[in-house]
Design a protein around this ligand. Structure first.
Ligand code: ADP
Ligand code: MG
Length: 663
């Protein structure tokens, strides 16, 4: 049901809601609060000794006074607290002429405010207030991530309306199952998390919501697994040590273990469908490349799909020598490849063994002769059906997806019982942690000095910002001008998504070959790009990026033997800046967790879209008991053939091509 079905939501409001990722009534009532404020305990002004906000009921006892002092307006009015018989509370507003005008002398209101003792009276500055029968104050209030044009009060009212249209199909568990496991109905839980009746009830509802959400995910995973499982008759033969001796480095123990897991899986009597997890820079690609080569040496074709053209080009170029060593014929296919016709016919004739490309691999009418292994890099950027389409290019294809999205440790063990999971948990030897600094915009001069020194020593530098050509002083275009002027005699280049593929390719190659000293770019370089000689990452407007994105960007350096640095530039380099999390940690898992806490980001395991969920936070923090209870229910549902659970939602995700993360 469309959002505009609700009273008070027209085209304008529904546009505002879309910015929050909400376009249907169901998405609205499933928009979980970010946090809660307990405004439920009625206090008396005379008992308050702290600076915190509290809930009071006061009667307005005077008219409103307003005075101007130069540019400043002060409005104040007096109130009386019957509960304590205290008659002199001054409510005062600075530079807000309108809010206090809503107060009517003689009437009682609820207030939520801090108070301070002046001589003969108490004072409340800019207090929040509402009518006596309003529950904005006097209850536990849910607080939501907001956007321009929508207030917290409005969102609460709309959610209240939306809940009346709760779709019963979202109640996936039958009454019997709910009862057996002493769970409440989803509808009741939703009502409680939006409009809590008590702290205890709220915490129970939250716990049940995340439990059932995880349960849904587990069923979904299981469903997907069965759907992509085919019997096969492949017995890969290979001499791993001989193959690995051709690499220019030794695999880490963790890479080696994972590689063996994948190979074994691919030689089983059913097709593999495995997820490879590893932090940025942990060396996932080479593992996949080796498996691809082994498939080819056994007479099959393999393909790798990556999310951006740049990455495709890079993966291709970086591995071309290795392919040649094994006489493997590899090709690159992206939307802008010139020789598509030839590539396609060569593929069909079996004259190409390995294909690396973007989603051009699936949109183009590409046909393989004996495709048996498919790798999907940074797969969270692809939708389910896109991925399925790639797998369907062959018959009984082995499937490997790779991601840097970390899985909470508490969950990964359990999850690995359901999906085939390989984890790389160490970085290649010799990697030094990247020294990260948060710099105020006013400290740029010092940075320029440092840059100078770095490029004189022969290293290369990335400079990233968040926009190309707006009137922002830190736009890519402006920075380009500044850097060219500051560093004459050095090669400065620019790279962004709007450029022609050929130009991007050239810039990237030049950077790779060390012909460019400073590369200014947008987040196009976020994933994958890999140049060991680059040791410095400078990010302007750093506060405009999410922590995980910054961690990914930072992961572009520290890939070689050199000390590496990351400078985050912000107008507000205070200790409270969230960017300090990056200064303090190099651990992708830790950072992702904090990122979710900050932004209420997307769920890890889920198909739910980005930015929706308080449960994300809790989901990462599910207690051991909650996880165990969830798995217990899951096991029993599964062994009963999912009786009593409505799985139609699973089917729906195949129809709608929502994004999912794991398979
Ligand atoms: P990610 O896991 O982020 O995809 P990559 O596969 O891009 O990481 O690897 C990062 C860099 O580390 C690449 O340049 C790769 O060649 C290099 N690398 C991978 N494994 C090792 C290793 N065992 N020893 C040294 N360097 C390695
Ligand atoms: Mg990678």
């Amino acid at each position: 049901m469309d959002l505009t079905a609700l009273k008070g939501i027209g085209d304008k409001k529904s546009k505002d809601f879309r910015r929050l990722g909400i376009s249907s009534v169901s998405e609205l009532y499933n928009y979980y609060p970010r946090e809660y404020e307990d405004r439920s305990k009625l206090k008396s002004v005379v008992d308050i000794a702290d600076n915190n906000k509290h809930y009071f009921i006061w009667r307005v006892s005077s008219r409103l006074y307003q005075k101007n002092f130069g540019k400043m307006t002060i409005s104040y009015i007096y109130a009386y607290e019957e509960k304590s018989d205290f008659g002199k509370i001054r409510l005062i507003w600075f530079n807000d002429r309108f809010t206090p005008r809503r107060l009517v002398k003689g009437r009682e209101y609820k207030f939520y405010t801090s108070v301070s003792r002046k001589n003969a009276f108490y004072e409340a500055q800019n207090p929040l207030f509402c009518d006596i029968d309003d529950d904005e104050i006097g209850s536990i209030v849910s607080i939501y991530p907001l956007t321009r044009g929508i207030t917290n009060k409005q969102i609460r009212q709309f959610i209240d309306q939306a809940l009346a249209y709760f779709d019963k199909r979202e109640e996936i568990l039958s009454d019997e199952i709910l009862e057996e496991n002493s769970l409440n109905k989803r509808y009741d839980n939703l009502k409680e998390i939006h409009f809590p009746t008590s702290i205890e009830n709220l915490s129970e509802a939250k716990s049940e919501i995340k439990l059932v959400d995880l349960l849904k995910d587990l069923c979904f995973l299981d469903f997907l697994k069965r759907k992509t499982k085919f019997s096969q008759d492949i017995d890969l033969s290979y001499k791993l040590d001989d193959i690995l001796s051709e690499l220019s480095f030794t695999l880490t123990r963790s890479q080696r273990k994972v590689l063996e897991e994948i190979l074994e899986d691919c030689s089983g009597s059913y097709t593999a469908n495995r997820l490879l997890v590893g932090d940025v820079g942990s060396g996932k690609t080479i593992v996949a490349i080796v498996v691809m080569i082994i498939f080819v040496l056994n007479g099959y074709q393999s393909a790798m799909m990556v999310p951006t053209e740049l990455l495709a080009i890079q993966q291709f170029e970086k591995n071309i020598e290795l392919f040649e060593k094994f006489n493997v014929r590899a090709a690159l296919l992206t939307g802008s490849s010139k020789d598509k016709g030839k590539i396609k016919s060569d593929l069909k004739n079996g004259e190409i063994d390995i294909l690396i490309g973007t989603h051009a691999l699936i949109v183009e009418d590409v046909e393989f002769t004996k495709l048996k292994f498919v790798v999907n890099d940074e797969q969270h950027r692809f939708g389910v059906s896109q991925r399925q389409m790639l797998a369907l290019k062959g018959d009984a294809v082995n499937y490997l997806t790779m991601t840097a999205t970390p899985i909470p440790r508490t969950l990964s063990l359990k999850i690995s019982e359901i999906i085939d999971l390989s984890i790389i948990n160490e970085l290649p030897k010799g990697r030094k942690p990247i020294e990260t600094k948060l710099l105020g915009s006013d400290k740029i001069e010092i940075l320029y000095e440092k840059i100078h020194q770095t490029i004189r020593e022969g290293r290369q530098i990335y400079v990233v910002t968040n926009n190309i050509d707006s009137d922002d002083k830190n736009s890519l275009e402006n920075l380009y001008k500044i850097y060219k002027k500051r560093f004459p005699g050095f090669k400065v280049a620019i790279l962004h998504g709007k450029m022609k593929a050929k130009d991007k390719e050239e810039i990237l190659r030049d950077f790779n070959d060390g012909k460019i000293d400073i590369l200014l770019a947008t987040t196009v370089i976020e994933v994958g790009i890999d140049v060991a000689n680059a040791n410095t990452m400078i990010i302007y407007n750093a506060n405009n990026f999410g922590l995980s994105t910054l961690h990914q960007l930072r992961g572009r350096v520290g890939r070689g033997e050199y000390e590496s640095y990351c400078y985050l530039i912000s107008d507000n380099p205070s200790p409270s800046n969230k960017l300090n999390i990056l200064v303090e940690s190099n651990d992708g898992f830790e950072i992702a967790k904090k990122d979710y806490e900050n932004r209420g980001g997307g769920k890890i395991l889920s198909y739910l879209q980005h930015g929706k969920n308080l449960s994300t936070v809790d989901f990462l923090n599910m207690s051991k008991d909650e996880i165990e209870k969830c798995f217990e229910i899951y096991e029993s549902l599964k062994s009963n053939n999912y009786e009593g659970i409505d799985l139609s939602y699973v089917e729906e995700y195949f129809r709608e091509n929502k994004r999912i993360i794991l398979n």
